[in-house]
Design a protein around this ligand. Structure first.
Ligand SMILES: [Ca+2]
Length: 376
């Protein structure tokens, strides 16, 4: 189980360097000026912000919350660094250039892998159908019933991170999209990037804690209303979904990272722009299990995925919503909203950001020092 058993000698918050922080030192009440006395010494990893150890109420807030966001429950977390922005195309290109990595969407799907995601006895599809590609959002000509996503998502051969909507768009030929979040990356691609960077994906709990930015039990990452006055706070969808995007927030698709105001922890686009992969397997009832423990500390999610509506596909939790999120469909632009996606699937509205523990940062610094010494 992901939560610490209450009978364990765990009366302290475990920090990411393995030491335990006394309960009295926990930063469990957020203020405009955070208590930085227990924060790690600088230098810090570039482009990342420290999220201090603490506790928070994880789970649904407000009438839009769905069943899988309940029961809301208290979670304690150690501190961690988190990327201030979603990973960009420029960052992902650097990873691919350094490693020669080939993403899931660029590889022909293997039947051996696919057959684990469909009901037993499903016949093998024709080889002509097993082609490399990914899912691309395609607006419908007019209003449709919102009970079947296949009306606005289609599998496009040749779609991948360099071709987010398919072969017709090649972003590797120019730098126009360098500061946009990378998309069409599977969960496995995101993990490979994290490992290369000496980081890891956030757990679902870490992601929500960071997304709330120090605000407690607010429906949105910035307060109780979708917009702050007349200001759009995130790259979302305005208009009739999925046929009419009025682009009131200025962006039809992805936006350059940090185009919208950061949250209380200085993190941009936690809500909107692109969904973000987390480390956890999705289970609709994960929170029931968490809430049954007296102390839920550094939870790492279910051991195995289970989506009752699609039980054969192993799915990971994605968070934050995207430029396609709209109130009429999923209203997933809330810190507590949970969504699930096939771990092998790339979509043109899904990316990721990484977190880093103090151990990972220390290891990275040692490695960099070794490289420098070798060059001398
Ligand atoms: Ca996002």
């Amino acid at each position: 189980m992901q939560c610490i058993n209450p009978s364990s000698p765990y009366e302290k918050v475990q920090t990411s360097n393995g030491t335990a922080m006394p309960v009295s030192n926990r930063r469990n009440k957020f203020t405009a000026t955070p208590d930085t006395r227990n924060w790690p010494a600088k230098p810090w990893p570039q482009g990342m912000h420290w999220v201090a150890a603490g506790d928070f109420k994880m789970g649904g807030v407000g009438h839009k919350a769905r069943k899988d966001e309940f029961p809301a429950h208290k979670v304690q977390l150690g501190g961690f660094w988190i990327d201030a922005t979603e990973i960009t195309n420029a960052q992902f290109r650097e990873f691919v250039s350094s490693t020669g990595y080939v993403t899931t969407a660029e590889k022909k799907p293997e039947w051996e892998q696919l057959k684990e995601q469909v009901p037993p006895g499903t016949p093998r599809p024709d080889d002509a159908l097993l082609v490399a590609g990914a899912l691309v959002f395609t607006p419908t000509p007019g209003p449709v019933k919102l009970d079947d996503w296949s009306q606005w998502w289609r599998y496009v051969p040749g779609a991948d991170w360099r071709h987010p909507v398919g072969p017709s768009q090649d972003i590797s030929n120019n730098h126009e999209y360098d500061d946009h979040p990378v998309v069409q990356v599977s969960w496995y691609d995101a993990v490979a990037y994290c490992e290369w960077a000496g980081k890891r994906l956030p757990t679902e709990a870490e992601w929500e804690y960071a997304c709330r930015g120090g605000l407690s039990e607010k429906e949105y990452a910035w307060g109780d209303e979708v917009t702050a006055g007349n200001r759009f706070m995130a790259n979302l969808w305005q208009g009739g979904f999925p046929y009419e995007n009025k682009v009131l927030d200025g962006y039809y698709g992805t936006s350059p990272v940090s185009s919208f105001p950061p949250n209380g922890y200085g993190l941009s686009d936690m809500i909107g722009n692109v969904w973000e992969w987390t480390a956890d397997w999705y289970r609709n009832d994960s929170y029931t299990a968490n809430a049954e423990t007296t102390q839920c500390i550094n939870p790492t999610g279910a051991k195995k995925s289970y989506d009752p509506g699609d039980p054969y596909v192993p799915k990971k939790v994605v968070r934050g919503g995207s430029f396609l999120c709209d109130e009429s469909y999923c209203s997933s632009y809330r810190p507590s909203a949970r969504m699930r996606t096939d771990a092998y699937t790339g979509e043109n509205h899904t990316g990721f950001r990484c977190v880093m523990t103090q151990e990972q940062w220390a290891a990275r610094q040692r490695k960099d020092k070794d490289v420098l010494a070798l060059r001398k």
